[in-house]
Each structure stands twice: as C-alpha cells, then as structure tokens.
Design a protein around this ligand. Structure first.
Ligand SMILES: [Ca+2]
Ligand SMILES: [Ca+2]
Length: 227
C-alpha cells in the first residue's frame, strides 16, 4: 500500500513535469513563430548602377596638377627665372612647382589644357593648393594667371597677391573674371611673379564650394573610372 502510494506520487510528479515541459516548449515555439499574419513589406527597390559606370564628375568643377603643364607650350626657363618641379610626399601627386629668380615680369609661363567645362557660369573661382612661405619677414604670395578660351588668344595676365603666408599645404581661392567657357578648348597659364611660392594642384570651380583633398581624390576616381 505504501509502495503504491509512492509510485502514484512519482507518476503524478512525472505527469506534472511533462505538462510543464510541454508548456515551456509551446511557449518557446510561440516566441519563434509570430502569430501575426501581417504580410512582410517588400524591400525597397534600390537601383544599382551598372558595374562599368563611372562615378559622376561634379558639374562646374575641374582639377589639374600644377606639375602637369604642357611642356611644348610652356616656357619654364628664361634668363635667371626658372620654374622647377619638386618632390614632396605631402603634395598631391607627390610633386609641386616653384619658381626661382623671379623678376615680377611674368618672363616664364606654364600652360595647361583645361579639362572639359560642363557648366556655363559667371561665378568662377581659381583655387590652388599652395604653400606661400615667409622669407625675410615677407610672404612669397604672388603670381600672374591668364586664360585663353580658344587656345590662340590670351585674355591678358591677371595679378594675384594673396596678402598672407601659408606655411603648409592649403587651398586658397580668388575670383576668376572672366572664367572658362563651357566645353573644351580653354587653356590656363601661370606666370612667375615671385620666387619660392609652391603650387601643387589647380582647381577651377563655379559651384561656390571650397575644394579639399578628398574632393580632389574623388574627382580623380570619377575622371579615371574608379582607379
Ligand atoms: Ca609677396
Ligand atoms: Ca601636385
């Protein structure tokens, strides 16, 4: 009689245990299987550009390296005046240009084909990544630039005197009046005025923004197809 009682007690406990465990299982199942029948919303359609498509070149912005002038159109040396291409790991493209023996007469000139201009605008600015070193209390901070809209006639040299030293590579900009025409065929020219100014990259832009190094790198990727 006592044994039967014990057996029944165990049976009841075992049965209760089974019910509890089964209940837990159901509960766990109900967590993993939501009871709501709301249909899942479709994922938004994201249009993927074709793999070969290049990132867009921004409108009204061109960059070119100061050291990549057209050698056959440029006069790099004239008497004591000379433009030099120098190495600097902190310069974009690893190189920059600097004149020595400058006489403020524009006796040497570096000529550049301007990349195709995609925007018609009257709001052009000339930007350059520069160092304007201070020498003997005075900043080496001036140069002339010129523009040709057809590669034949130059509009006439314009003088820039920045008015401040720039001790390390920074972007500086000045109003460009006139600016380049829409399309191909514009040429840019840099003329010596003051020794020791250092010019790394030139940027012409009509979008009112200030260039920075990351923008230039993105521009190169866009122009060169993601290289
Ligand atoms: Ca000066
Ligand atoms: Ca450079």
């Amino acid at each position: 009689m006592k044994n039967l009682y014990i057996t029944m007690t165990f049976t009841v406990i075992a049965a209760l245990l089974v019910i509890v465990l089964a209940g837990c299982g159901e509960e766990a199942e109900s967590i993993t299987q939501p009871t709501t029948t709301t249909p899942k919303s479709e994922p938004p359609v994201v249009s993927q550009p074709p793999v070969a498509e290049m990132p867009a070149v921004p409108e009204g912005v061109v960059f070119f390296e100061a050291e990549e002038f057209a050698p056959n159109k440029s006069v790099t040396e004239n008497g004591a005046v000379k433009w030099h291409v120098k190495d600097d790991p902190a310069a974009l493209g690893g190189k920059y240009i600097t004149p020595t023996g400058a006489n403020r007469k524009g006796d040497t000139e570096l000529v550049y084909p301007i990349p195709e201009i995609t925007l018609r605008s009257k709001e052009w600015k000339l930007w350059m990544r520069v160092i304007f070193p201070r020498a003997g209390g005075e900043a080496a901070d001036s140069f002339f630039w010129d523009l040709s809209l057809d590669g034949k006639k130059w509009l006439g040299p314009q003088e820039i005197i920045a008015g401040e030293a720039v001790p390390d590579w920074q972007w500086r900009g000045w109003k460009m009046e006139p600016g380049p025409d829409k399309g191909d065929g514009n040429w840019f020219k840099l003329l010596e005025r003051e020794s020791d100014i250092q010019i790394d990259v030139i940027c012409l832009r009509a979008d009112g923004e200030i260039p920075d190094d990351e923008q230039y790198k993105a521009y190169l990727k866009a122009v060169n197809g993601g290289e």
